[in-house]
Structure formats: C-alpha cells, structure tokens
Design a protein around this ligand. Structure first.
Ligand code: ASP
Length: 314
C-alpha cells in the first residue's frame, strides 16, 4: 500500500506527481520532497516558497522541516532566506547527527555551502501585496496576520516507510525572526513508520501549545483510527484553548496511518488532497461538525466556482 495526504488544494499538483512516484516504487522521502518542491516553486501560492508573503520588514523568511518515520531523523530550517527549496535543505539536514535544525543566517550559510539553489524569493506580486497590506493595516488597524497557509504532507511508500515534510512562509507581516510550528517536531509534524504520521497548518502560536501532530500519532498508537485521532486531538484542544483564553486560532491537521488510512480535523473550513493506491488524487473540503466530528466532502465544480467568486482560501 502507498498513500499521501497534504494540506490545502495548492498541493494538488504535488500530490499528483508524488502519487505517480509512489506507484513506481520511489521512496516516500523522495516523493514528498518532489511534491513540496513543486509547491515551493510555484509563485502563485502566497504562503510557501517562491512568491511567499514577506515579514513586516518586507523580507521573505521561510520555515521547513522533514522527518523520516523509519529512523526518527528530523531536519529543519527556520527563518531561512534566499533559498529556493527549503524542504530540500531540511531533508538533507535530517541526515546530520548534530546541528540538524538551523535558523536564519546559519541555515542560509549551510544551504550555500552545500550547493543548494540560491535565489531572491520575493516576487513583485508579493512585494506589491506587502506594500498594500502594510498601508491597510496601519490605516484601519486590521489584524495583520490574515494570510498564511503551510504545505504539509504525510506519506507512505510500498516498502512501509513513512515520512512527513512541511514548508511555509509563516504569518504574513510576521515579526523578523518569528518561527511558526511548521519546522517544530510534534507541533507542525510527526511520523513513526510503525504507527503513522500527522502534520499541521494554521496559527503556529496555538498549534505549539497543543503539540497536536504528536498528540495525533500518540492516539493512533493507542488504537484510534486516523480520523478518530484527529477529531479527538483537535476538538479537545480547541475547546481547552478557548476555555482558558477565550479564543483559539485557526488550525487544521492531517493524518495517515501505516496502512494508508487517513483522517483530518479542523476548526475552520479547510481544503486538502489525498491519493492512495486505491484512490486517485482527490481534493476535499473539511469543516468542523457537531459532536466533535469533521464533515469531509470531495470538492465539487460548484464549490470551486463559489471560491472563484469569493476567494478565501489559496
Ligand atoms: N503554521 C504556519 C505558521 O504558523 C502558518 C499556517 O500554516 O497557516 O507559521
């Protein structure tokens, strides 16, 4: 059995490519890296890689991570700039015994030294949006942090290996040096090939409070299905966070177990993509439902048309 699940419909092309690779017997690590790179390279997506939205000072600082579910090896970069594919740097770092999570200048220097492609990641479009939003925020005292999304993936290959990868420009207009959950083990991602994996998107500051990716894997280990584990972890934490702080940020989690079964839970409308040996790449939309359940439907033409008229999700 092979399978892959990824956050947001921007992952569709990546998942399609990864599913082909997994079908051909390519390792899950390479399939995930290829899929995330496709999203990073596409300037249309404003929250990942090239074309990602900048921080308050106008600099694009990216977070990414990779985890190997066979060995527990983890690599991560945070606040990295000018590097074309942060996921590839994170994947290589996962092979280091020491110094496997690098930030800022150190992460960039490692990428340069190791021959990764260097490029200016700020597109004219992202710069124009930054200028516009900065003015709006100052004038209307808007919440500056609308505009974020991470591409996160969990996959399984035919040999039974699992891996996860994340990549994000974090929150639009974030403070320089701000790091989200995406490169943080347990919060943004976690995977164990003997159990399954989970990964996140949403407000990093709140995801970190619940270590939700680890929590979902822990629940799967205890015997919950991926869907039960997601529902339990996400809605329980959302309720506890809301009770103690009067609010919870938006967050959404995806999971896949070592048999290729998958699940999703979210406290907002959330799109995601799945492909498995038994299912061609499919886009879904999830919304929270009654009684700590998640309503999941395949995306229809009608839904896409609605989005085109009133775009809220990238
Ligand atoms: N989790 C990301 C962060 O907080 C943003 C997102 O996924 O929406 O940096």
């Amino acid at each position: 059995m092979w399978g892959i699940i990824a956050t947001w419909r921007m992952a569709f092309d990546g998942v399609t490519v990864a599913s082909q690779l997994l079908k051909e017997g390519v390792t899950v690590g390479d399939a995930i890296e290829s899929a995330v790179r496709l999203v990073e390279d596409n300037p249309v997506y404003k929250s990942v890689g090239y074309g990602g939205l900048p921080n308050i000072q106008g600099a694009v600082q990216l977070d990414a991570a990779y985890m190997d579910g066979d060995t527990y090896q983890i690599g991560g970069v945070a606040g990295i700039s000018d590097v074309k594919n942060p996921i590839s740097v994170a994947k290589q770092l996962s092979k280091e015994r020491f110094n496997s999570f690098l930030v800022g200048e150190g992460a960039r220097d490692y990428a340069v030294l190791n021959g990764f492609d260097i490029q200016n990641m700020l597109t004219d479009r992202a710069k124009a949006e930054w200028e516009k939003r900065l003015k709006e925020v100052q004038k209307n005292q808007l919440n500056p942090y609308d505009g974020h999304d991470t591409v996160s993936m969990v996959g399984l290959d035919v040999s039974g290996s699992m891996a996860t990868g994340t990549s994000s420009s974090g929150l639009f207009l974030k403070q320089p040096g701000r790091v989200g959950d995406s490169p943080l083990s347990g919060s943004g991602f976690y995977v164990d090939s003997e159990i399954g994996g989970a990964a996140a998107t949403g407000l990093g500051e709140d995801l970190m409070k619940g270590c939700l990716s680890y929590e979902i894997v822990r629940l799967m280990k205890a015997g919950y299905t991926p869907q039960e584990a997601c529902n339990q972890a996400v809605y329980d934490f959302d309720a506890r966070l809301t009770k103690r702080n009067e609010k919870a940020g938006a967050f959404s989690l995806i999971a896949m177990d070592c048999n290729g079964a998958w699940g999703v839970a979210t406290n907002v409308e959330f799109t995601f993509v799945v492909a498995t040996e038994n299912q061609r790449p499919t886009m879904y939309v999830a919304i929270p439902a009654e009684d700590n359940q998640t309503n999941i439907e395949p995306i229809t033409e009608e839904w896409l048309e609605q989005q085109r008229k009133n775009p809220t999700v990238d």
